[in-house]
Write a protein that binds this ligand. Structure first.
Ligand SMILES: *[C@@H]1O[C@H](CO)[C@@H](O)[C@H](O)[C@H]1NC(C)=O
Ligand SMILES: *[C@@H]1O[C@H](CO)[C@@H](O)[C@H](O)[C@H]1NC(C)=O
Length: 174
């Protein structure tokens, strides 16, 4: 008698049946879209980003900056504060002096998400719209994943810069 080809199939069906009810008990994942503005002061006495490592020679490759930048509801400096960043920027491209590795922690300090945070890793390219990865979160954003889109919308000053980025976060979490 030929071996029955349906036995492995039956076994698979049985396994699926055993697994399916358990997964439907898990909390449902939701998506939160946050739209806000990211304010950076560079240079001067009230800088929120400072360069802490300058590589030798004329190349900027390997320079490192630390930021404690400001998250606001709107693009104006007078608009409502909603959080701060704890971030690290590393100039990590030999070919392009304007490309950086960017690691950010957004910590929200107002409203529904007060005390919650998201962690983001990605690239910073001056002048481009940037997509980055949300790699985790805390509080209401525990176990978060997702992506962010940001772009520079204004840059004022020369030696003391004030930069404003428009920022969208698409956060998947429980
Ligand atoms: C820096 O901050 C202080 C305190 O908020 C303020 O009085 C001062 O005008 C600021 N300086 C600049 C250059 O923005
Ligand atoms: C955010 O939470 C902290 C700690 O619980 C609290 O002290 C603070 O007043 C809250 N801020 C707002 C704007 O609700």
């Amino acid at each position: 008698m030929a071996p029955s080809p349906s036995l492995p199939l039956l076994l698979l069906l049985f396994l699926f049946a055993a697994v399916a009810p358990a997964s439907s008990d898990e909390p449902k994942e939701k998506m939160t879209h946050l739209h806000f503005y990211f304010h950076v002061y560079y240079g001067g006495p009230n800088a929120t980003t400072v360069t802490v490592v300058s590589p030798p020679g004329s190349s900027t490759f390997g320079s490192i900056a630390v930021g404690n930048n400001i998250l606001k509801e709107g693009p104006e400096s007078s608009s409502m504060l909603i959080g701060r960043t704890y971030d690290l920027t590393v100039q990590a491209s030999i070919e392009s002096p304007s490309a950086y590795l960017y690691m950010l922690n957004f910590v929200f300090t107002s409203g529904e998400y007060n005390g919650s945070s998201i962690s983001i890793v990605g690239k910073e390219v001056v002048g481009e719209t940037m997509e980055r990865t949300i790699v985790g979160g805390t509080g209401k954003f525990r176990m978060a994943w997702g992506y962010t889109i940001s772009r520079l919308i204004s840059s004022t000053g020369t030696t003391e810069l004030f930069l404003v980025y428009e920022h969208d976060s698409y956060i998947y979490h429980h």
